[in-house]
Design a protein around this ligand. Sequence first.
Ligand SMILES: NC(=O)c1ccc[n+]([C@@H]2O[C@H](COP(=O)([O-])OP(=O)(O)OC[C@H]3O[C@@H](n4cnc5c(N)ncnc54)[C@H](OP(=O)(O)O)[C@@H]3O)[C@@H](O)[C@H]2O)c1
Length: 336
Amino acid sequence: MRKIYNVAVMGATGAVGNCFLRILEERKFPVKNIRLLASERSEGKSLKFAGKLYPVEILTHDSFDGIDIVLASAGASRSLEYLPSAVKAGAVCVDNSNAFRMDGQVPLVVPEVNPEKIKENKGIIANPNCSTIQMVVALWPIHKAAKIKRIVVTTFQSVSGAGQKKIIELREQTKVFLAGKKVKPVEFPYPIAFNLIPQIDVFLENGYTKEEMKIVNETRKIMGDPSIQINATCVRVPVFFAHSESVNIETEKHITAAEARKLLSKAEGVTVIDDPANKSYPMPIDAEGKDDTFVGRIRQDESVKNGLSMWVVSDNIRKGAALNAIQIAEHIIGNA
Ligand SMILES: NC(=O)c1ccc[n+]([C@@H]2O[C@H](COP(=O)([O-])OP(=O)(O)OC[C@H]3O[C@@H](n4cnc5c(N)ncnc54)[C@H](OP(=O)(O)O)[C@@H]3O)[C@@H](O)[C@H]2O)c1
C-alpha cells in the first residue's frame, strides 16, 4: 500500500498557501490529513482541499502533533518561532521564508539543481527566494557545461511576490488611476500601478537591497560555488503574476548561444521560447499558472570574450515558491 502523510500548511490563507493546496491536489500528493494554519485574523475561515472544507486553525506550538510534513509560508519570524516545535514533534519542514536559507545546517534546495542535499536535512529544508529559483534553474545546465564566472541580473518582479495584499493594491490602484483620481499607496511605499519601484525589501549598508543580496548568497549556496561573482538589481513591476529577469553571464569556457539553447531545451523544468524572427520570447502572461521556467532572447554578449545574455520568466508563486517546496516534499517521501 502507498504510504500517506499528515501535512500541515503554515500560512494556508496566503498567496503561497493557497497555491500549496492547489498543487498538492494537482500532483496527487499522498495526503492523509491536512491541517491549515494561519493567524487569529483567519479564525472561523475554512478552505477547500480535495473537494472538502477544512477549518483554518490558529498556529501554535502544539499545531504539529501527528504531522509528518510541514509546508511553511507564514513569514520568517513565524518560521523561526514555530518550526523548531514542528521538528521536535517529528515533522520534516520545507520553509519558504528566508529564516534558515543561509544556515549552514539547513539544505537550500532547487530539485533541478541540488536534490542530493535534501537527505542532509535535520528537520528543515529551505526553499530559496523566488528570483533565485528561476535563475538557477536556467543557469545550472550552462554552469555544468561552461562554468559561470560572473552573473549580472536585473529582475522585474510581479506584485504577487509580496503577498496577497499587494495583489489587491495593484488591482485597486489601477481602477483609481484609470478613474483619473489620485493614487494613495498603502502596502507599497509608492504607487505601483503604471510605475516601477527599484526597491524590494530593505536597503543594506552596501547600497544593495536585502532581496538583491539574497540572490547573490543563495545562488552561490545552491550552485555550490562561492567564487561566482553576482551583481543583482531587483525591481517591482505592475504585473500580477510571474517574475522576469534579464540575465547576463560570463563563462570560463566558450559556449555559443546555439549550444546554450540546445542545452536548455533538454533541461529539466525549462522551456525555451526563442524565435526572434517570429517575435517569440517568454512573457509573464505566458508563464502565469505554469510550472516551467521559460527562457528566451538567448544571445552572445558581444562586449566580452565568453558571454551570454538571456531572458528568464517563471511563475513566482508556483516554481518560485509552492511548486519548488512540494517537489522537495516529493523527494522527502521518495516520490520524485
Ligand atoms: N509570494 C511569493 O512569490 C513568495 C515566493 C517565495 C517565498 N515567499 C515567502 O512565503 C511567505 C508567505 O508569502 P505570501 O506571499 O503567501 O504572503 P501572504 O499572502 O501575505 O500570506 C501570509 C500568510 O502568513 C500567515 N501569517 C501571517 N502572520 C501570521 C502569524 N502571526 N501567525 C500565523 N500565520 C501568520 C497569514 O495568515 P492570515 O491570513 O491569518 O494573516 C497568511 O496565511 C513569506 O515568507 C514569503 O517571503 C513568497
